[in-house]
Design a protein around this ligand. Structure first.
Ligand code: ADP
Ligand code: MG
Length: 627
């Protein structure tokens, strides 16, 4: 037996490790299972190139709990270590790794955005154990070694009788970490971190029913036996070639990833690149609820099939964070702070690659089956619209597949839309006016009037649409958007032929004064217009600019600070060519009051503004007139 002192500058680094990583103690298991996996894969490689003259076989990793002994065992059948190798890899390499880690961590701990989920390697075992043993037998023809360390720099190393190849790590669980002796806890951790690792991981046994015998009667009771319980799928879908996977394989992998998710994904995007960085993965477009419910099933980040985190901020472009699925890349530096991560060139490339891949997929879905794409539009539009606003690279490509639906369920791309409406919706100043509604029911009467003129009305109802419109206007010369209730339709798209006024200037002035004394001016600006005599006599409109700014500030627009608190202001457009206008003009004072009040109520009613007490009074008054 030999004893020794590990050469380390910090006298006792374990309390430090413990303190720094207090919230992440659980990662010790991931680290040890990763080491066991590495050891097995290394052996596989060595046997495949003939360096190791040993039978590779079907090695597994086993995790065992010894509750009475307060021990946790991690056992592998990998390449093992000789005593010299333990000296080298455990005492020197692993320790220096731990020291290096601490150095880095101390600096970046100031940065609150540190990723807490990265490896400290073998020594993370001391976060939960007061003593650690390694019993290891190398594939080489040398005796097994037994290393013991209690967390101080002192260790012992002696020979051991173990004859079968591989390594057993024994953790003597510390009093403050006894939860790691609970079966459910270990199962939870293995499922979280190791569910898709490449070497089978055995943990306990499970009951399995024997097949029903053919001569079994009706009263047959299935017979159960104990079989090994394996935690992981060693061959998850994202590690396969896209050409080897069918639609159903993607769907079943989705269920495997999110067993509690019952809704099927809309479609998936298989990521697969190995130059200039290595990245694989599958992203799924889920059906999104309109209210963007808090995300529970998030995109998971793996490194070589080991789960790292479900916080992919900075790696996946922000607009795609609402997606689900897996990203696996060994090229993402994890022992750094978030801000460093965002500045990292590779990470930026990864994010751009994902954006491009998603755009390409959307384009091919659109081209291959437009009908299906249109049917899914409602469920994906928020992500895409947000992408157009936040990711210039995505915006560039979006023209190929982003759709603008009409209130009649027609779907145009922007180019198609422009072409379809140019003839009819270009105003006298050469501006192409796109009409839209945000609510088919509430704006029904306005939509109707626009359609009577042969105009197309889009239905744009996502919460960030005002921002998008603003951007489209800025980027498309002579294109302007107007909501159907922003003004009278003839004002929204002004054509050459100005209507001739039936009333004289003097009469108009008189009518305006009358109206202004009756209509509450804190809410309405009266606007007389000489319109077609058959058009509505009174309509309420809300100017596009004011409304849009208000909406933008409500959904977080820079520069429009405080607009959200502006009172609602409307225009009352009165058609001076209507019969009603003439009637009001010629009526006596009390009749005028009555007429204006009723007409205003009707206008409010069609804008959905007549509510509560006012609505009750209106209905009552209307019934009176039926008597
Ligand atoms: P890393 O895995 O990043 O190299 P670790 O601290 O986890 O760092 O492990 C240090 C070294 O100890 C490994 O590189 C490996 O050589 C050795 N090692 C750890 N666990 C095992 C094991 N189960 N079997 C064989 N070698 C191991
Ligand atoms: Mg390791």
């Amino acid at each position: 037996m030999s004893t020794g002192k590990i050469n380390v500058s910090v006298e006792n680094i374990f309390p430090l490790i413990k303190k720094f990583l207090y919230s992440d103690h659980e990662i010790f298991l991931r680290e040890l299972v990763s080491n066991a996996t590495d050891a097995t894969l290394k052996l596989k490689h060595l046997t495949s190139i003939g360096e190791a003259k040993t039978e590779y076989g079907n090695p597994i990793i086993e995790i065992k709990i010894d509750k009475e002994g307060k021990k946790l065992h991690i056992i592998d059948q990998g390449l093992g270590m000789t005593a010299d190798e333990v000296e080298k890899y455990i005492n020197q390499v692993a320790f220096s790794g731990a020291e290096e880690f601490l150095d880095k961590y101390k600096d970046s701990a100031k940065d609150a955005g540190i990723i807490g989920h990265f490896g400290l390697g073998f020594y993370s075992a001391f976060m939960v154990a007061e003593k650690v043993e390694i019993i290891t037998k190398s594939f080489k023809d040398e005796p097994a070694a037994h290393w013991t360390c209690d967390g101080s720099p002192e260790f012992t190393l002696e020979a051991h009788t173990k004859t079968d190849r591989g390594t057993e790590i024994i953790l003597h669980i510390a009093e403050d970490s006894l939860e790691f002796l609970e079966e459910f806890k270990i199962r939870e951790l293995l499922t979280k971190y190791n569910k898709f690792m490449p070497i089978p991981i055995k943990f306990g046994t499970k009951k399995e029913a024997l097949p029903k015998p053919e001569n079994a009667g009706d009263d047959y009771k299935p017979e159960y036996i104990d079989v090994d319980n394996f935690i992981n799928n060693t061959n998850p879908a994202w590690t396969k070639q896209p050409s080897d996977l069918k639609d159903e394989d993607y769907k079943s992998f989705y269920r495997e990833l999110y067993p509690m998710q019952f809704e099927e994904p809309l479609f998936n995007i298989h990521l697969n690149v190995d130059y200039p960085f290595n990245l694989t993965g599958i992203l799924y477009f889920p059906k999104l609820a309109a209210d963007l419910q808090i995300q529970k099933d998030k995109i998971q980040l793996y490194q070589n099939q080991v789960f790292v985190t479900d916080n992919v901020e900075g790696i996946v472009p922000e607009f795609l964070m609402m997606l689900k699925g897996v990203v696996d890349s060994p090229d993402i530096p994890l022992n750094v702070s978030r801000s460093y991560l965002q500045a990292d060139g590779n990470v930026k490339k990864i994010s751009n690659y994902i954006t491009r891949k998603v755009a390409d997929k959307l384009k091919s879905l659109f081209n291959e089956n437009r009908e299906d794409f249109e049917a899914k539009w409602n469920d994906i539009k928020v992500v895409l619209e947000y992408g157009m606003l936040s990711e210039p690279k995505f915006y560039e490509k979006a023209g190929d597949f982003v759709l603008y639906p009409t209130t009649d369920n027609k779907y145009y791309t922007l180019a198609e839309l422009k072409e379809a409406i140019t003839a009819n919706q270009t105003d006298k100043d050469g501006k192409l006016v796109v009409l839209y509604a945000s609510d088919k029911d509430a704006q029904h009467s306005y939509i109707d009037i626009a359609k009577e003129k042969g105009y197309e009305v889009l239905l744009l109802d996502s919460p960030i649409v005002s921002h998008l419109i603003q951007k489209l206007e800025a980027d498309n010369e002579n294109l302007t958007f107007a909501r159907v209730d922003a003004d009278h339709i003839d004002k929204l798209i002004k054509k050459e032929d100005e209507q001739i006024s039936k009333l004289s200037e003097e009469e108009k002035e008189k009518l305006k004064t009358t109206l202004e004394t009756i209509v509450p001016k804190e809410n309405y600006t009266v606007q007389l217009e000489a319109l077609d005599s058959t058009s509505s006599p009174f309509i309420i409109t809300q100017p596009e600019f004011m409304r849009r700014m208000k909406e933008m500030s409500q959904t977080g627009g820079g520069g429009m600070f405080g607009m959200g608190n502006f009172p609602e202001m409307y225009n009352l457009v009165v058609n001076s060519n209507s019969e009603l206008a003439t009637t009001i003009l010629n009526a006596d004072e009390s009749a005028q009051k009555e007429l204006v009040k009723n007409a205003l109520d009707l206008a409010k009613l069609s804008q959905g503004l007549l509510k509560g007490e006012e609505l009750t009074a209106f209905v009552k008054r209307s019934f009176e007139t039926l008597k």
